[in-house]
Write a protein of this length. Structure first.
Length: 396
């Protein structure tokens, strides 16, 4: 087993790296094998026998619970920790106590503080906006603080009453209108957490020659949390990237979140890299995905740029209503694998997949969710769409 490692700030990628993967629940059993076949074809086309991914299945979600009695076995966490880079299908949310979200548990345990969501338009895909081709952004969403910290107390519980007693009596908070029936949540936002997220966004912008980084926040209302995020971002940029700012290579700007949601519809061409907190990033990334065709073609990654750990993922849910029917769109996880290949430096293979997908969409060939809106669209099943991608790659 050859592992990806990181030394002196650089990833060391062997020619046959072991990549752990979680198949996923629901439609995961359909999209994950298709994704692997597409990646294998692209790697073979780009590098012949010189490079190959050794896939290693690890368990999480329903499949893990059936086989081990655990939703997220320690062996899975160990595999992602040891191998640095992995990929996963969608996971169900366990019912009852214990883990609130398997996705959040993975991100928190491995400290994957960047949720990276690139959004771009593919010609041929139907969109609800007039000029979806103007949407080309990469969202850096903070992944470990804000609401993902999961600090809250249910209405009517002793914990909620104790929390209110503390903030009322010790902190002199008097603005809770209905304290006896209120639930409470705490939103932690730190300088360190904000800086490492914003630094990653800036580094990405500079590495890809992108014109700006926009800090999206709600600092006009939440002046010390969201406002702190904005303030720390500007301070970081001036402290660590003064030369890039002064030369014009880097522009840092900010926008109130509700205004950004409007601007992203009216003038999306003004934005390239977005750095934002967790809840804002959730809204922003899904709204932007809708402009270019929906969550079915939206890739995503969870990354710790300091340690090198990264898990790439399908951004949609388990879709139990269509599971097993060979109709789910595998594009989200396939495009996430493109991000993975770029992350490990296998750019030629990544480009082959993107080009093949561009070609099929331009021919109005897609799975049913997209093809039904295309003029003269040809709808393929999940496996058949993957096979067409493999064929496009082979004849590239």
């Amino acid at each position: 087993m050859e592992k990806i490692t990181k030394t002196d700030g650089r990833l060391n990628v062997p020619s046959h790296p072991t990549i752990p993967f979680i198949e996923g629940d629901g439609v995961g059993a359909e999209i994950t094998p298709v994704c692997q076949s597409v990646v294998n074809a692209a790697v073979k086309k780009a590098y012949g026998t010189a490079r190959k991914i050794e896939w290693k299945e690890v368990l999480a979600g329903g499949k893990a619970f059936e086989q081990t009695g655990e939703w997220l076995p320690q062996a899975t966490l160990d595999a992602f920790s040891d191998c640095l880079v992995g990929i996963k299908g969608p996971l169900m949310t366990p019912v009852g106590g214990g883990i609130r979200s398997l996705n959040v548990a993975l991100r928190q345990t491995l400290d994957l503080y960047v949720c990276q969501r690139p959004v771009r338009y593919f010609k041929g895909v139907e969109s609800p906006v007039k000029h979806p081709e103007n949407v080309d952004m990469c969202i850096f969403r903070e992944n470990t603080e804000d609401i993902y910290a999961g600090i809250e107390w249910e209405s009517g519980t002793e914990e909620a009453a104790r929390f209110y007693k503390f903030i009322h009596e010790q902190m002199e908070v008097s603005k809770v209108r209905f304290p006896e029936t209120s639930a409470f949540g705490v939103k932690p936002v730190s300088r360190e957490g904000s800086e490492r997220l914003i630094r990653s966004a800036i580094e990405y912008a500079l590495a890809h020659n992108l014109p700006s980084v926009t800090l999206v926040h709600k600092g006009n209302i939440m002046k010390f949390t969201e406002g702190g995020f904005k303030k720390w971002g500007y301070e970081l940029a001036r402290r660590e990237y003064a030369d890039a700012l002064d030369s014009g290579r880097l522009v840092i700007k900010d926008c109130i979140c509700d205004a950004f949601l409007q601007n992203a519809l009216l003038k999306p061409e003004e934005y390239s890299v977005i750095a934002t907190l967790n809840l804002n990033g959730d809204y922003v990334s899904d709204m932007l995905a809708a402009q270019v065709g929906g969550i079915g073609i939206a890739p995503g990654a969870n990354i710790n740029y300091q340690t090198g750990h990264a898990i790439f993922e399908a951004t949609h849910g388990i879709a139990p209503d269509i599971a097993g029917q060979d109709k789910v769109n595998p594009s989200s996880i396939i495009l996430s694998s493109v991000m993975m290949l770029d992350y490990i430096g296998w750019h030629e293979a990544a480009t082959l997949i993107t080009t093949a997908m561009e070609s099929l969409f331009a021919q109005s060939v897609a799975t049913a969710d997209l093809a039904r809106f295309m003029e003269g669209g040809t709808a393929l099943g999940t496996r058949a769409f993957g096979d067409r991608l493999v064929d496009e790659i082979a004849h590239a």
